[in-house]
Every structure is written in structure tokens, then in C-alpha cells.
Design a protein around this ligand. Sequence first.
Ligand SMILES: CC(C)(COP(=O)(O)OP(=O)(O)OC[C@H]1O[C@@H](n2cnc3c(N)ncnc32)[C@H](O)[C@@H]1OP(=O)(O)O)[C@@H](O)C(=O)NCCC(=O)NCCS
Length: 165
Amino acid sequence: MKAMMKYTTKFTSLFWDYIFRHIQKRFFGRPYFHGPRDRATIGKQVSLANTLLNTRSGKIVIGDHVIFGHNVSLLTGVHDYHQKASDRKTIADAGRDIIIEKGAWICSNAIIIGPVRIGYESVVSAGSVVTKDVPKHAIVAGNPAKIVRMLEPSEIPDIFKTSEN
Ligand SMILES: CC(C)(COP(=O)(O)OP(=O)(O)OC[C@H]1O[C@@H](n2cnc3c(N)ncnc32)[C@H](O)[C@@H]1OP(=O)(O)O)[C@@H](O)C(=O)NCCC(=O)NCCS
């Protein structure tokens, strides 16, 4: 009887785990597009998590093998703040592209503000606000994001062998 109770409890807990994971994935774990979806180009084996892709004022190009933590925002959209209040809703249609090169890791809660290019195999630390280009193999952090260090060849064994294309 005790063993049966144990298995029932375990089964119930697995069942609810499955349901919660499904709900979380279905409703909260999805990328969110704001603006035309066809302005976003997403490479192979990219894990987007729940990234916000705002394509209102530019393209977003994400290379292969780019990893996103949670709650990342990719923001191209910009209102025309040179206008008076009633006209500020105007949004530039282009010119704020965000390019994220192959293998970059964008950590949780990073905000990337276009126009900007994130370099090959670079790392954007958690909570960074990126407003300038990030060179390849750099680790950037902070607001505004600055280079904290460069990845060493010893940290990426194939650093000089891997391809940027
Ligand atoms: C990117 C990351 C992994 C780098 O870690 P690391 O290699 O151990 O970095 P280091 O400890 O060498 O940091 C170098 C410097 O940057 C600073 N730094 C690191 N992360 C930082 C951050 N998110 N914001 C501000 N500064 C940061 C460190 O304090 C250190 O400063 P110092 O040289 O003045 O001491 C880490 O910063 C990070 O963001 N982790 C979160 C990962 C995440 O989002 N995971 C979710 C799943 S994808």
C-alpha cells in the first residue's frame, strides 16, 4: 500500500511537471516579434528562448549557433523624438539593423539596441545594454556594454580553426 502511494505521488508530480513545462513553453518560452517577421533572418541551431525581436526600424540577422538566455530584447524600433508630441508615434522604417554573428552568446536580460553588430563567438554578459559594435571573441558587460576581456585561444581550443562564415 505504501509503495503504491509512493508511485502514485511520483506519477502525479511527473504529470504536473510535464503540464507546467508545456504551459511555460507554449505561452512564455517563445520568441516575440514586434514588427514585420520577414525582416528577421535566423540561422541554424539558434536557441531564441523568449527573445523579443523588434523589427520596426531594421533587419535582424542572427547567425548559426547563436545562443540566447531569457528575456533578451533586440530593439531596432525608434520613435522620432525630434517631432512634437502628437507626431512622435512616427517610427523610422529602416536603418537600425542588428547583426549577430555566428556562435555569439547573448546572456539573459541583455538589451541590444540597433544599429549594431555583435561579433563572431563573442559573449554579451547578463544584463548588458549594447549600443556599440562588439568585436569577435570579446566579452562585454555593463550599461553601456564595454569589453571586459577578450577570449583567449586557450579558452576556445579551435579559435583559429573555426569558420566565421
Ligand atoms: C558572460 C559571463 C558568463 C562571463 O563570465 P566570466 O567569464 O566568469 O566573466 P569574468 O568573471 O571573467 O568577468 C570579467 C569582468 O566582467 C564583470 N562582469 C561579468 N559579468 C558581468 C555582468 N553580467 N555585468 C557586469 N559586469 C560583469 C566581472 O565582474 C569582471 O569584472 P572585474 O574584471 O572588474 O572583476 C557572465 O558574465 C554572465 O553574464 N553570466 C550569465 C549567463 C546567463 O545569462 N545564463 C543564462 C543561460 S543562457
